[in-house]
Design a protein around this ligand. Structure first.
Ligand SMILES: CSC[C@H]1O[C@H](OP(=O)(O)O)[C@H](O)[C@@H]1O
Ligand SMILES: Nc1ncnc2[nH]cnc12
Length: 502
């Protein structure tokens, strides 16, 4: 009876621990909260174990066996301590996320140090610690329940790792054993683990959209657009990305027969300023959600008299003046250069233009969007300079979004909704948020009707985009196969899976 109660306590601990893993309910505090809950729960389980079984006599065994178990126990601690320096302890504990919330919640895939011999060196050490202490009924029960918990927890973690790193992790899993250094044990994956993503199906296969899959429309809603109405089968879902936290959950649904995925760029309620947006996570997660074409709707200032507030511009060029953002998915270990000569998809632009006509929305086709860092609006000298450069509208968000969508081989079109004349205009000496918001609300209604009209038009594509968006990485990767960093390659399973698999 006591053993059953102790086992039940472990079960509850295991289930809650796995179900809470990776949750981001508490923003930058999530990891710390997770660790504190786990510690308190663990202490409660340990106290219960001590109360129920602590007074039972230790096992009678030969001295040699007792010593051997002691050695096993110490070896376990040795492995744990030696492996710990190969982990980012700041991130494991959650302190790093407090200082850098934009960072990925977990460190990248590590295959060096002890990970070259074992996939889970810390757990391997934990098994030895547990079994080396199995000298009494309490120790033995703890070793049994603890091991079961570690085995199930590891299998769930492997689900997440397969989802996150795709083929790179599958290959690592085939090559390197989980806990015992001389045997590659194919740890079976349970069919269901709490908190694994809907983007994973059977055997860790990762669903990745490319130009040949059914078109899925992704909408990135800018200032004022925090929801899409009229969706059927509506559901907000979190999508994990190896690039860190996305701006918000994603709204999945259908609009006039077209699958649609919506993300409020700044988060619901407008929490995140332009420079702190995790553009990489947002675009990577869009790709993981199956999105093939992205329509961005954004609030902008006008740099031209003939583009008054209320005008919609289907942007076709950008000047990127941002300087404090990570602009590429590629980095040391895998280098790629994609073309940005035509930064938006002309085909998707055609569909948006046709939809605007149908919905009776006045829309200007073509215009250069100057992307400034912000969050402050521009000075008059800057505004005049951008006018001299021939720019049409000014905003703070479409770069690096468009660059990343291109790297991720997705069509990207941008509808810029003019909310104000920037400060160059004699009648608009200074831009203010309340003036912008007034126009925004009217713009946002028309943006939603534009989205409704454009959605069914996207369904028609039967082959990859003729403008080359879905094949942007053909001939873009320059790093030789033998010097590619598996961790970087692993993170790019969604973005560049099409070209990295082949
Ligand atoms: C609310 S005014 C400034 C803000 O609005 C635009 O955001 P978004 O492009 O997401 O609509 C602009 O770029 C600024 O971030
Ligand atoms: N004038 C402006 N400058 C930058 N971003 C904007 N978003 C809306 N109006 C803007």
């Amino acid at each position: 009876m006591d053993h059953a109660a102790y086992g039940l306590a472990w079960l509850v601990f295991g289930l809650t621990h796995s179900a809470l893993a990776g949750r981001t309910w508490f923003g930058r505090w999530s990891r710390i909260v997770y660790n504190v809950i786990a510690t308190l729960q663990f202490l409660a389980v340990a106290a219960l174990g001590a109360k129920l079984l602590g007074d039972r006599a230790v096992f009678v065994m030969p001295e040699l066996a007792r010593w051997s178990l002691g050695v096993v126990h110490l070896m376990g601690w040795g492995i744990v301590l030696a492996s710990a320096r190969f982990y980012d302890l700041g991130r494991l504990g959650g302190l790093t996320q407090l200082r850098h919330p934009e960072l990925a919640p977990d460190e990248g895939l590590r295959t060096d140090g002890p990970h070259a011999r074992l996939r889970h060196p810390l757990y391997a050490g934990a098994f030895l610690i547990l079994w080396g202490a199995a000298l009494s009924p309490l120790g033995l029960a703890t070793a049994c329940w603890g091991s079961l918990y570690l085995l199930i927890g590891t299998a769930c973690e492997e689900h997440r790792l397969l989802r996150r790193y795709g083929e790179a992790y599958a290959e690592y899993r085939r090559r390197v054993p989980a806990f015992v250094p001389w045997r590659g044990l194919p740890l079976p994956l349970p069919p269901f683990c709490p908190n694994t993503s809907p983007a994973t199906k059977g055997k860790g296969e990762v669903i990745m959209a490319d130009g040949h899959s059914t078109p899925v429309l992704g909408i990135i809603g800018g200032s004022g657009v925090y929801d899409i109405d009229g969706l059927t089968n509506k559901e907000w879902r979190r999508i994990e990305s190896p690039f860190g936290a996305t701006s918000d959950e994603f709204l999945f649904g259908e609009l006039n027969g077209q699958k649609l995925v919506f993300l409020p760029r700044h988060g619901r309620g407008h929490r995140i300023p332009p420079s702190e947006l995790n553009f990489r996570a947002n675009i990577d997660a869009m790709k993981r959600a199956g999105v093939t074409e992205i329509l961005s709707v954004s609030a902008v200032g006008s740099l031209k008299e003939e583009l008054p507030p209320g005008t919609f511009v289907i942007v076709d060029q950008f000047i990127d003046r941002t300087f404090a953002r990570t602009k590429s998915f590629f980095e040391t270990g895998l280098v790629a250069h994609v073309s940005m000569a035509h930064p938006v998809c002309g085909r998707l632009g055609d569909l948006v233009e046709a939809a605007a006509k149908e919905a009776g929305i006045i829309c200007v086709r073509g215009g250069t969007y100057l992307v400034m860092e912000g969050p402050q609006f521009s000075t008059q000298a800057e505004s005049n300079l951008y006018r001299q450069w021939g720019c049409d509208v000014i905003g703070m968000t479409n770069m690096p979004e468009a660059k990343l969508a291109r790297e991720a081989e997705m069509c990207y079109a941008s509808v810029a909704m003019v909310t104000d004349y920037d400060c160059w205009h004699p009648d608009h000496d200074a831009v203010t948020v309340d003036a912008i918001v007034k126009v925004l609300l009217a713009n946002a209604d028309r943006a939603r009707s534009l989205v409704k009209t454009v959605a069914p038009k996207v369904t028609g594509r039967k082959a990859p985009c003729a403008k080359g968006c879905h094949t942007a990485l053909d001939n873009a990767i320059i790093t030789h196969g033998e010097v590619r960093d598996p961790a970087v390659v692993g993170r790019l399973d969604a973005v560049a899976g099409r070209v990295l698999k082949g």
